[in-house]
Design a protein around this ligand. Structure first.
Ligand code: EPU
Length: 419
């Protein structure tokens, strides 16, 4: 199994381009099933999760091709299967995103029920309850969710809890429902707004995405469209931290600061100087000393849970004590044990971590447990003394495009090794 070998201690400086956002691209690909016309996508990131989503819709009959401009064309006029098999769903929980679009467009969907994962139990009850309120008949049989509906009917729905993919699933389903749907208690993440923009480009009538309530006026059909996947705020945030940790400076192009307000605020509290334009973010450390910052994760506009593990590395070598509260997932501290093996002093108690900053981390052989935990261990390796080998890096390939190439270009000593 491949590993990443990192020799720590290099200062990262330079410029990179932000890639397209995985969590914007996945729902958009699922939403392409809502039309018989072709959909063309630009700026899709080259990631394992995107390949898995393509495999999934391809197994249903969708055809995917790539043109000379690197635009992906998705042709969905020949869908013949309405099933998302367990073999695919177990490798990527976001497969659940085809539930809303399949049920709305074809009146049926059979999706393997995703299990728990390394960061929490992650049930999908809010998705299913809301889909039932749109009139779908839902049953759970042999580990599969089966949804059936003639035509979904608009309804007033308060989601059982704030859920990103749940909001996206129901928003997709409601676009083709008869009548008006009002969704409340919704996620306000930028990727929800991105999906609404894409769907509106297909002819949907969605208002209020990004606010507390989303109104969807159902339409009879949707048409194809061309769409550019917006930038990945979590990728950008991870590289900003890489530069801050190594006392470096970085310019990230193709992303503005709006999607990263809370992350930028916290980086400034750590001692970073940040300047941004509409289409770039510059970070420079003003001081070798990192100030500890307290973090509580929450739904957007709160601090993103997908940046918690990476920020924990900054706190691990900060000049004092800090507290991190993980309020979104119940088990998202798997990286802490590995950081402690690298010399960090972190104590967890349920959803809280107390971090006593240490002078430096030491390189070690460590194991990634999920996508953001693997990013955290790579960051730790960049700043640790000596060599770090990160195992199970298939997690990182799910969500970070060419990470070792981007980091090498910034001056990191990092390479992929066979074993
Ligand atoms: N939840 C329920 N029932 C549901 C749905 C969610 O109890 O029906 C709970 C979850 O267990 C969790 C909380 O609600 O405790 C929030 O989960 P949410 O549904 O918002 O997460 P998600 O939609 O499955 C997306 C991202 C995650 C990101 C979270 C939170 C995608 C494809 N995934 O997951 O991204 O952490 O929102 O922002 O958009 C990642 O990229 O590494 C990643 C895990």
């Amino acid at each position: 199994m491949e590993k990443l070998l990192i020799r720590g201690g290099k200062t990262l400086t330079g410029e990179i381009n932000c890639s397209g956002a995985k969590n914007a691209a996945l729902p958009v690909i699922a939403a392409s099933l809502l039309t018989d016309d072709d959909v063309v996508l630009q700026n899709l990131p080259h990631l394992q999760d995107i390949t898995t989503m393509f495999e999934l819709i391809n197994s249903m009959g969708a055809e995917i091709s790539l043109d000379e401009n690197m635009f992906f064309k998705i042709k969905t006029s020949n869908i013949k299967s309405f099933e998302a098999r367990y073999e695919l769903v177990k490798t990527m929980r976001a497969s659940i995103l085809v539930l809303g679009s399949m049920t709305a467009k074809f009146g049926k969907a059979k999706i393997a029920l995703p299990g728990g994962c390394a960061i929490g139990t992650r049930p999908v009850n809010y998705h299913l309850d809301a889909l039932k309120k749109l009139g779908a008949d839902i049953s759970l049989t042999n580990g599969y969710i089966e949804a059936k509906a003639k035509r979904l009917k608009g309804a007033d729905i308060k989601l059982g809890g704030i859920t990103v993919t749940g909001t996206e699933n129901i928003m997709m389903a409601a676009t083709l429902a008869e009548g008006i749907t009002t969704l409340t208690n919704v996620a306000k993440e930028p990727e929800v707004v991105d999906l609404a923009n894409f769907l509106n480009g297909m002819g949907a009538k969605i208002y209020g995405a990004g606010t507390d309530s989303i109104r969807i006026e159902g339409v009879a059909s949707l048409k194809g469209c061309q769409y550019e996947i917006p930038p990945d705020r979590i990728e950008a945030g991870t590289y900003l931290i890489a530069a801050a940790l190594t006392n470096g400076s970085i310019k990230i192009n193709k992303i503005g600061p709006d999607r990263l307000t809370t992350v930028i605020q916290k980086l400034e509290e750590c001692g970073a100087e940040i300047k941004s334009s509409n289409n770039s973010i510059d970070l420079k450390m003003t001081n070798e000393i990192i100030s500890p910052v307290n973090i509580t994760t929450g739904p957007f506009p709160g601090f993103p849970t997908d940046m918690q593990a990476q920020f924990t590395v900054l706190n691990a070598i900060a000049s004092g004590k800090s507290f991190v509260n993980e309020e979104v997932f119940e088990n998202r501290f798997m990286h802490v044990q590995e950081l402690n093996r690298m010399g960090a002093d972190i104590l967890t108690n349920g959803s809280a971590a107390t971090i006593n900053g240490v002078k430096h981390l030491q390189g070690a052989q460590v194991m990634a447990t999920d996508l953001r935990a693997s990013a955290c261990l790579i960051l730790a390796g960049l700043v640790a003394k000596g060599e770090t080998k990160v195992d199970r890096i298939y997690h990182i390939d799910r969500g970070y495009e060419r990470i070792e190439e981007k980091l090498s270009n910034l001056g990191a000593d990092i390479q992929r090794i066979p074993n």
